[in-house]
Design a protein around this ligand. Structure first.
Ligand code: NAD
Ligand code: ZN
Ligand code: ZN
Length: 344
């Protein structure tokens, strides 16, 4: 089968590899769609992922193709989504449902497909059966692939700030690309907050406006003043940073309201000035910062239901698997509207 594999840091290519066989408790999934995440660019450029070669891709939809020994409850051909945080299922944190923060991996990342295991930019991928979620027949499997991360992660992020998002609140979403364009919709559909979108790209801002952002602001030196003006000087009750760069973290700190919550999802390696003494430096009083990873399986079920009811729509651009490298280049150049999905 064809698989887009990371060979060594910075080098990824389409290769011919054997179709994997599902072991006990595992399921072979025929990939329908593999979403291309900005994290794939971080993974591509990261110093050391093991094992290599590793097929990348962690956003997946597909159909059950073969059952490993002992697997029950799945029929061949059933459309599925793949959950990306492969927690151990045995620790206290997994037992509480937070497999995305599994204790087995210490202070490191909970691994998953394309994140330590063989991923889904391929014709087939093997999944532990318990990480599959039935997709149902209401959604196109290819368009649904980004639900497993591009929607899951902002869904979890919003949950972590939900108590700040009442009817009179304002939420700022910085970076309205793959994750952010869904973050805007999740805020609009599930909270009372007014949404302000911030991005560098006017097309992304226009897209965010169509998806429920009441105000849109260009990400520049005047952005903080614009948010403060829209919030009568107090700032926003929640800020979601889907970029995570120095300038966006500074913006988050400048516009977060006292007692507000900053949720940093983006991985652009920026630093936030916490400053333990009072404003004007650092954060206002009562502000908190949270750094989520992925989401829970329950989150995936919840957002799937909202999507099936028509409450969430991924803007998808389809590409053949052969174009994986080209699509990563487009993403790096900021030229993917919504989410690109590779179709094997
Ligand atoms: P994307 O490339 O699709 O979107 C990024 C958006 O940010 C684009 O619209 C771009 O124009 C905008 N942007 C870039 N610089 C900006 C700036 N200075 N100010 C405002 N907007 C700016 O990326 P994505 O796939 O949505 O991923 C976003 C980030 O989230 C990446 O860093 C990714 O690695 C990370 N991520 C984190 C998790 C997690 O669990 N924490 C999960 C998935 C992705
Ligand atoms: Zn991702
Ligand atoms: Zn665990």
């Amino acid at each position: 089968m064809r698989a887009f594999q990371l060979i060594e840091p910075g080098v990824a290519e389409l290769r011919d590899v054997d179709v994997p066989s599902p072991g006990p408790g595992e399921v072979l999934v025929k990939v329908a769609g593999a979403g291309v995440c900005h994290s794939d660019l971080h993974i591509l450029h990261a110093p050391a992922w093991r094992p290599l070669p590793m097929t990348i891709g962690h956003e997946i939809s597909g159909h059950v193709a073969e059952l490993g020994q002992g697997v029950q409850g799945w029929d061949i051909g059933t459309p599925v989504l793949g959950y990306l945080c492969w927690g151990c299922g045995q620790c206290r944190t997994c037992a509480a449902g937070y497999e995305n923060y599994c204790e087995r991996y210490g202070r490191g990342i909970t691994p998953g497909p394309g994140l330590g295991f063989q991923g889904c930019m391929a014709e087939y991928v093997v999944f532990p059966a318990r990480f599959l979620v039935a997709l149902g027949d209401l959604l196109d499997p290819i368009d649904a692939a980004p639900l497993t991360d591009a929607a899951l992660t902002p869904w979890h992020a919003v949950n972590l700030a939900r108590e700040h998002l009442g009817a009179s609140s304002t939420a700022v979403v910085i970076g309205v690309g793959g994750l952010g364009h869904l973050g805007v919709q999740i805020l609009a559909a599930t909270t009372g907050a007014r949404v302000i979108a911030v991005d560098l790209d006017p097309a992304k801002l226009e897209h965010a406006r169509q998806l429920g952002a009441e105000e849109v602001i260009t990400s520049d030196e005047e952005a903080a003043a614009a948010v403060l003006e829209l919030t009568r000087g107090r700032g926003a009750e929640a800020v979601f940073d889907f970029v995570g760069a120095g300038p966006t973290l500074s913006l988050a700190a400048e516009v977060i309201a006292p007692f507000g919550r900053i949720v940093v999802v983006g991985l652009a390696a920026g630093r936030l000035d916490f400053a333990a003494d009072g404003p004007p430096r650092g954060l206002p009083w009562g502000a908190s910062v949270v750094k989520p990873y992925g989401g829970t399986r329950a989150d995936l079920h919840d957002l799937l239901r909202l999507t099936q009811r028509g409450g969430l729509k991924v803007t998808v651009e389809r590409h053949p698997l052969e174009d994986a490298r080209k699509v990563l280049e487009l993403l790096e150049a900021g030229r993917v509207p919504g989410r690109a999905v590779l179709v094997p």
